[in-house]
Write a protein that binds this ligand. Sequence first.
Ligand SMILES: [Zn+2]
Ligand SMILES: [Zn+2]
Length: 132
Amino acid sequence: MRRLTGRCFCGGVEYAVDDAFVYAAICHCSDCRRTTGSAFKPFAGIEREKFSLTKGGGSLLIYGEAESHNAHCVACGSLLYSLVREAKWVHVAMGTLVDAPTIRPTHHIFVGSKAPWYEITDDLPQYQGHKQ
Ligand SMILES: [Zn+2]
Ligand SMILES: [Zn+2]
């Protein structure tokens, strides 16, 4: 299995993940806007056991609960990934990948709370909330 690497802005935290993401989407919810400082967050989902921290695992700022949280680098603040779905899945913030994954985002979610100053210009399916 091809492994992808990713890292935070300062390089203090690095991870490895199988190039086997099960889904990928672009989230426009206000939480994703604020955690990234961007108009939206492209993320890719994979089973937790296929993701591992390879550097700086002790340098994470965990925001949220044990089984559901965002993981940032404590030094530079990058949002690296979210632990979701009873801690069984990881949503990798795709902007932190160093290597290009095979998967591409296939749809937009939470378009109902999209930033009014951003216009979606591709033809991917759009959902008001989660994908139905
Ligand atoms: Zn960092
Ligand atoms: Zn979101």
